[in-house]
Design a protein around this ligand. Sequence first.
Ligand SMILES: [Zn+2]
Length: 147
Amino acid sequence: MSDQESLQEWIEKGKKVEVSLKVAHQEATTGEVYTYCMNSSERLVHAGKYWGGCWLAALGAVFIPVAHFVLVPLFLIAGPIIGIIKFGQERVILGGRGSCPACSKELWIDSTVEKWPFGEVCSGCGVELSIEAEAESEAEAEAKSQA
Ligand SMILES: [Zn+2]
């Protein structure tokens, strides 16, 4: 799927939040991200993917000599723990875009848990950016009142 197609999907599904992209010693640029609030069945699917992924990793680790003594139980335990953490994560950022303040290249923001501000690494120059919601967004205020 191309970035443009993902963008179309985010616009349809999510809620737009204006953001500023900041890098030390550079003028901030603006961008947009799309946030989404998952319902319980979506969260279950989301959590199940991580849980299943861990257990698949455990299965794969069975074939690694010696290391399997550690890895197999580790992945087996990690599955439900990560699953439960993921299930508790209701608000996510589907993705977004902006331009890098350092190299001004177009930047695509990966999906992540909604938590402000968050970091992203520019694929153009490798600089680490901080992404903040412009002013106090509605989504942010809502997230705070729930906390
Ligand atoms: Zn850059």
